[in-house]
Design a protein around this ligand. Structure first.
Ligand code: DGY
Length: 325
C-alpha cells in the first residue's frame, strides 16, 4: 500500500491546513460540511477506502464495519475519545484504530481549570448579574463564592489531561487526590504530590472538587452514579471535560436543584447537544458546548496527528496512537 494511492475518507470539516495537507498526501475525499454524515453516507464514504478519518458523532459499530467492506484497514480518529467506535469489532476484522490523545491535553486541562475556578467563584453568575443590570456597587456580602486555595481536588483518571489539570491546580493551592485502576508512576505521583485512593467511594466522600478525566467505556458509564454522587459532601463541586455519559446527569441535576451539591462545571453531556433542563436552569452551574479542546492550535495538531498515524500505517509501521481493544 503506497501513500500515493492510499484512499482516505474524511467524514467532517477539518481545519483548512489539515485538509490541504491530506489532499496533498492522499487520494482523499472530504465532507466539507460541518454536518455529520448520516449512517448511510458514512458507510458510503468508507466503502472502497483504505482509511477512514472519522470524528466524534460518527457511530462506527460492528454493523458499520460489516457494511464498510474489506478494503478498510485503518480508522484514524480525529479526537482523543473513541467511545463512538467499537474498537473490539474493528480489531476482530483486522482494522487498526488510532486517536489523537496527547496534543489536546494541555488545552483541555486549561478549560477544566477554568471551570474549577469559575464555578466556586461564581464567575458566570457575576457576568450575568452585571449584564442584567443587577450590579448595585460593591457589597461586603454580595456574590460570595468559595475560596479555591486549600481545597481538595479529586481527579478520576490521572492520565494525560488529569495530570495537566493537577499541575495547574497545584499552582492554585489545591491538594491533589486521584482514583485510577492502579497508582500511576511513582515519580509522577511524587512530582504532583498526589494521593492515590484505591476506593473511589472513599475519595468522593472527602473531596471539595471532583474532576472527571477518565475515558468513557462500558466500565465507566455512570461511574458517578446517583449512589456515588450522594457520597459527595454538600459543599462539593463536580467538573467534567471528558464525556457526559460518565456521570448520571439526571441524578446530578436533581442533586444540584435540591441543594445537595454546591455546583458543577460541565463541558460535556449525556445527550449532546442537549444538557438536562434542570442544569440549564441552575445558577450555580457553568455549562460549555463541548469546547475543551477547541483551540486553533489543538485542532490543527489533532489533524497533524491523524496524518502521522496514517503515514506510519501506510509505511508498514505501527501508528503511534493505536488504541488497544
Ligand atoms: C476528544 O478529542 O475526544 C474531544 O472530546 C473532542 O476534541
Amino acid at each position: 500500500m503506497t501513500q500515493a494511492r492510499l484512499k482516505v475518507a474524511v467524514t467532517r470539516k477539518l481545519p483548512d491546513p489539515v485538509e490541504a495537507r491530506m489532499a496533498e498526501l492522499f487520494d482523499a475525499t472530504f465532507n466539507f460540511s460541518d454536518e455529520p454524515l448520516s449512517p448511510a453516507a458514512l458507510i458510503e464514504a468508507a466503502r472502497g477506502c483504505d482509511v477512514l478519518a472519522p470524528t466524534l458523532g460518527d457511530r462506527l459499530d460492528a454493523a458499520f464495519f460489516d457494511a464498510a467492506g474489506d478494503r478498510l484497514r485503518l480508522v484514524a480518529n480525529f479526537g482523543a475519545g473513541v467511545d463512538h467506535i467499537d474498537v473490539a469489532a474493528a480489531g476482530a476484522r483486522g482494522i487498526t484504530v488510532t486517536n489523537t490523545p496527547s496534543v489536546l491535553a494541555e488545552d483541555a486541562a486549561d478549560m477544566a481549570m477554568a471551570l474549577i475556578l469559575a464555578v466556586p467563584r461564581r464567575l458566570v453568575e457575576g457576568v450575568k448579574a452585571l449584564e442584567e443590570g443587577r450590579f448595585q456597587g460593591w457589597s461586603p456580602t454580595w456574590m460570595l463564592g468559595r475560596r479555591v486555595r486549600g481545597k481538595k481536588l479529586g481527579i478520576i483518571g490521572l492520565g494525560r489531561v488529569g495530570q495537566a489539570i493537577a499541575r495547574r491546580a497545584r499552582a492554585f493551592g489545591l491538594s491533589i487526590h486521584y482514583h485510577n485502576r492502579a497508582p500511576i508512576n511513582p515519580h509522577v505521583e511524587e512530582e504532583l504530590e498526589a494521593t492515590y485512593w484505591e476506593s473511589l467511594d472513599q475519595m468522593l466522600a472527602r473531596m471539595d472538587i471532583v474532576s472527571v478525566n477518565c475515558p468513557h467505556t462500558p466500565a465507566t458509564y455512570h461511574l458517578l452514579s446517583r449512589r456515588r454522587l450522594e457520597l459527595l459532601q454538600p459543599h462539593a463541586y463536580v467538573v467534567n471535560v471528558s464525556r457526559g455519559e460518565i456521570i448520571d446527569e439526571a441524578a446530578l441535576s436533581d442533586m444540584i436543584a435540591d441543594g445537595r451539591l454546591a455546583g458543577a462545571g460541565l463541558d460535556v453531556f449525556e445527550r449532546e447537544p442537549q444538557p438536562n433542563p434542570k442544569l440549564m436552569a441552575a445558577p450555580n452551574v457553568v455549562l460549555l458546548p463541548h469546547m475543551a479542546s477547541a483551540t486553533v492550535e489543538s485542532r490543527i495538531e489533532m489533524g497533524e496527528r491523524v496524518i502521522i498515524n496514517i503515514r506510519m500505517f501506510a509505511d508498514g509501521h505501527k501508528p503511534p496512537d493505536r488504541v488497544i481493544p
